[in-house]
Design a protein around this ligand. Structure first.
Ligand SMILES: O=P(O)(O)OC[C@H]1O[C@H](OP(=O)(O)OP(=O)(O)O)[C@H](O)[C@@H]1O
Ligand SMILES: Nc1ncnc2[nH]cnc12
Length: 179
């Protein structure tokens, strides 16, 4: 079985959560199974190493909250930094702030000033792209910090929402969800 088929078979599918009309795709069953989690991390790490014209990233930027479960492990495997993008008001010290719209509401993202150095190559990682609001806000924060986004990487994509079209760099997802 391919990684795609295997990981897709483990995704939880929850219609009308957290509100009517949204089908919530849950990655936690993958993390519950160590073989599946290993497959996931190896797949994403291999993708990052073999895409982007073999440019190695300096920084893996993980998005609050589920990007935090993937980003640090991938960053350690690639011997690069992990930098979190957090929801508003959670990070100490000086921060850059961006407001954004999501599939079900508005939110604020922050990054610590100086966490990304001028010219550093970044990969954004999150569990899922829906409207692309979260990922594009992260991309704005990277730009404000002086970094460059090489690619946006997800477990699940909802391409029918066209979120990837908002992004300033290519995007990759392992599993494609249908409308
Ligand atoms: O492409 P978008 O429309 O922006 O949606 C995708 C984002 O929504 C979810 O997070 P959520 O904001 O629900 O936060 P959580 O991880 O804290 O639950 C998901 O983990 C992505 O970060
Ligand atoms: N459909 C969805 N499933 C899981 N997380 C999400 N975040 C935004 N849309 C989502």
């Amino acid at each position: 079985m391919s990684d795609v088929t295997y990981l897709k078979s483990l995704l939880g599918v929850h219609p009308d959560f957290p509100k009517k009309g949204v089908t919530f795709l849950d990655i936690f069953p993958i993390l519950r199974d160590p073989v599946a989690f290993e497959t996931l991390i190896t797949h994403l790490t291999h993708h990052i190493l073999t895409s982007n014209n073999n440019i190695r990233p300096d920084v893996i930027v993980g998005l609050d909250a589920r990007g935090f479960l993937l980003g640090p492990i991938i960053a350690m495997r690639l011997n690069c930094s992990f930098v979190p993008v957090r929801k508003g008001g959670k990070l100490p010290g000086s921060v850059e702030v961006v407001k954004y719209e999501k599939e079900y509401g508005t939110d604020e993202f922050e990054i610590q000033s100086g966490a990304i150095k001028q010219g550093q190559n970044c990969i954004v990682i999150d569990d899922l792209i829906a409207t692309g609001g979260s990922a594009s806000a992260a991309g704005e924060l990277i730009k404000k910090s002086g970094g460059k986004t090489l690619e946006y990487v997800f477990i699940v994509g909802l391409p029918f929402l066209k979120g990837h079209e908002k992004l300033d760099a290519p995007s990759y997802w392992i599993v494609e969800a249908e409308d």
